[in-house]
Design a protein around this ligand. Structure first.
Ligand code: SF4
Length: 351
């Protein structure tokens, strides 16, 4: 099986039913569709709520758009001074090399921007201008290569970009955001690993994984090839209804990350992308999950639960909160909650 890209291919391989075809053609006309063979193999055809299928198999629910949903839910455009660059935070920029991905997540926050019918990659001129922007902004300490998935590009092209970044003294860190180690682990070759490392810069890779089943032996080996080469890995997970919104699944995922030497980094609240309400879990659910992880898992397994504020105002941690200020003026004091939910005054009252 190769990557599935059309509703007919999903139907032919038994992932959808014939009566869905018309609706799914409408979904595919609106949003990119793609499921790689390594992930397709994980789907249990007997489970109508399979967590891998929910993430990648198109659904007619995507045709329902809520009024609060936005084409650019995290406000990239408002902070894009030049094609390919998003400069939202002072010390770092996004550099979007391509709009193509190895798979197309049904909840994608950039679903209006990614896909094969969008400009596939920055033109040489646009890339040169984006690199010139980075060069002329000495406050940029970190460059985050995202898109799209930057690791769809060939090692040769990635190497060329890395060599340009190597020559910019004030850039100290280059971070890749990718699904590739789980979507197509065989693409994480020694050549690719060498291509994304350059002298004088720390390369990090943020791997997007939402369910522990995605971390197959092949995906774990791909991650190990990166870590063994000295590239630290961090995780990105989107909180998704029916996929990972239970303590058991989230705990298993976070532990699997740490076993693979991937530091849990972000748990994202689902963005208000069009047609994704059926996959968006409630913030209260996310906070309860975080509370249960705090109570039962090692500190290494704790991600930060964040919300990207619509309009481009950046990410904020959204709890839960363990510290409360009570009283006022002279009687003001703090209450701190422990991992069992017991509350304690801080500092402790004199006995
Ligand atoms: S890999 Fe990232 S950019 Fe690509 S479809 Fe999935 S969420 Fe969107």
């Amino acid at each position: 099986m190769t990557t599935l890209r059309t509703p007919k291919q999903f139907l032919d391989h038994g992932f959808t039913q014939p009566e869905q075809r018309t609706a799914l053609e409408a979904v595919a006309a609106r949003y990119a569709v793609g499921l790689s063979a390594p992930l397709a193999k994980l789907i249990d055809h007997n489970d109508s709520s399979d967590p891998i299928a929910l993430q990648f198999v198109p659904s007619e629910a995507e045709l329902q758009r809520r009024p609060e949903e936005l084409n650019d839910p995290i406000g990239d455009d408002a902070f894009s001074p030049i094609e390919g660059i998003v400069h939202r935070y002072p010390d770092r920029v996004l550099l979007k090399l391509t709009h193509v991905c190895a798979v197309y997540c049904r909840f994608c926050f950039r679903r209006e921007m990614v896909g094969p019918d969008k400009p596939r990659a920055l033109s040489p001129q646009a890339l040169a201008q984006a690199l010139a922007y980075i060069r002329t902004h000495p406050e940029i300490w970190e460059v985050i290569l995202t898109g799209g998935d930057p690791l769809v590009l060939s090692p040769r092209r990635l190497r060329a970009v890395m060599k340009k970044l190597e020559s910019i003294d004030h850039v100290k860190v280059v971070r890749f955001h990718t699904r590739m180690p789980i979507a197509d682990p065989a693409r994480i070759t020694p050549t690719l690993v060498r291509a994304i490392k350059v002298r004088g810069k720390a390369t990090y890779v943020a791997v997007h994984v939402n369910h522990p089943r995605e971390l197959t032996p092949e995906a774990r080996s791909a991650c190990a090839r990166l870590v063994d080469a000295g590239i630290p890995l961090v995780s990105q997970t989107v909180l998704l209804a029916g996929v990972n919104d239970s303590t058991e699944v989230m705990a298993e995922l976070m532990r699997a990350f740490v076993e693979c030497r991937i530091k849990p980094y972000y748990l994202h609240q689902g963005d208000l992308a069009p047609g994704t309400a059926h996959l968006r879990a409630e913030i209260g659910t996310g906070q309860e999950l975080m509370r249960s992880l705090r109570g039962r898992l090692s500190g290494l397994c704790q991600p930060t639960y964040v919300l990207d504020i619509p309009g481009g105002y950046g990410k904020s941690p959204i709890g839960p909160n363990y510290l409360e200020r009570t009283g006022s003026n002279g009687s003001a004091h703090l209450i701190i909650e422990d991992f069992n939910g017991r509350r304690h005054p801080y500092p402790p009252r004199a006995i």
